[in-house]
Design a protein around this ligand. Structure first.
Ligand code: ADP
Ligand code: MG
Length: 257
């Protein structure tokens, strides 16, 4: 497809710099993250994996500007993230679509907020509908869609404003295995076409090995980076490929350590 705004494409890398997060709850405070540092290069596809409770969602929310770190900082390109920004498209596990808006209306939301003229908006939404293969559902409402379709709409909505970074937290966690596989393939195609920087959070090691250029492995209590693994396998990848199993075992061992 042509998300064509040429130069802006793939402009933005991410730097997570010494991020710690302590939640104050009644009783003892929870140290959710300790001194987390890593980079995502422009155009790179990075998966953040770790067991439940390793601070992935906390880190996702901090990168998205929805939560403040106790220490450290996140940079998007050169700019420190201080609040939810315009150069980032965010996809949550629970679809977070507007139930009263059609598919077209959901995808157009960010563009309306930006004040994009109506004809340009229509053209852009049409291209995104084509990209996610939901042209025929443009006028449907979220409750008329399957889980996989809803998440396609979530991705299109995130891409609508042509952000440098696509940030996703377990986006395929709520769909069945077969749909998940399809969405993974589609996401890779979208990534290859749009050259976005992608930071994708998952607890699913197989998903991470299928998708990522690089996997940042988190450990828990407190959440910290255990190791970063570069996945040097050609795409498309399948579980039965030579080499796949080795990466899978390597990452799983790191998580279990
Ligand atoms: P993950 O997404 O990897 O499962 P989370 O970031 O959701 O991990 O949680 C990391 C830790 O922080 C957990 O111990 C969790 O209970 C705690 N936590 C998350 N959100 C809050 C909150 N709002 N208040 C207090 N503790 C929290
Ligand atoms: Mg989580």
């Amino acid at each position: 497809m042509a998300i064509e705004d040429g130069e802006r494409v793939a402009e933005t890398g991410v730097r997570v710099d010494g991020v710690s997060k302590q939640y104050r709850s009644e009783g003892s405070p929870v140290q959710a993250l300790r001194n987390v540092t890593f980079d995502v290069t422009k155009g790179e596809f990075v998966c953040l994996v770790g067991p439940s409770g390793s601070g992935k969602t906390t880190l996702f929310r901090i990168i998205a500007g929805l939560e403040e770190p106790t220490k450290g900082m996140v940079f998007l390109g050169d700019a420190p993230v201080k609040e939810p920004g315009t150069n980032m498209g965010v996809v949550f596990q629970e679809y977070h679509l507007f139930p009263w808006r059609t598919v077209r209306g959901n995808i157009a939301f960010g563009l309306e907020k930006q004040g994009t003229p109506a004809d340009e908006r229509t053209e852009r939404v049409d291209r995104l509908l084509e990209l996610i293969g939901l042209e025929e559902f443009a006028d449907s409402y979220p409750n008329q869609l399957s889980g996989g379709m809803k998440q396609r709409v979530g991705i299109a909505r995130a891409l609508a404003i042509d952000p440098g970074l696509l940030l996703m937290d377990e986006p395929f966690g709520a769909v069945d295995a077969q749909t998940r596989r399809m969405l993974q393939d589609e996401l890779l195609e979208i990534w290859q076409e749009t050259k976005k920087t992608v930071l994708f959070v998952t607890h699913d090691v197989e998903e991470a090995v299928r998708l990522a250029d690089r996997i940042v492995v988190m450990s828990s209590e407190p959440g910290a980076v255990r190791e970063t693994v570069t996945v040097d396998l050609p795409r498309p990848r399948s579980r039965s490929d030579p080499g796949f199993g080795e990466y899978y075992e390597q990452v799983l061992d790191l998580i279990r350590e």
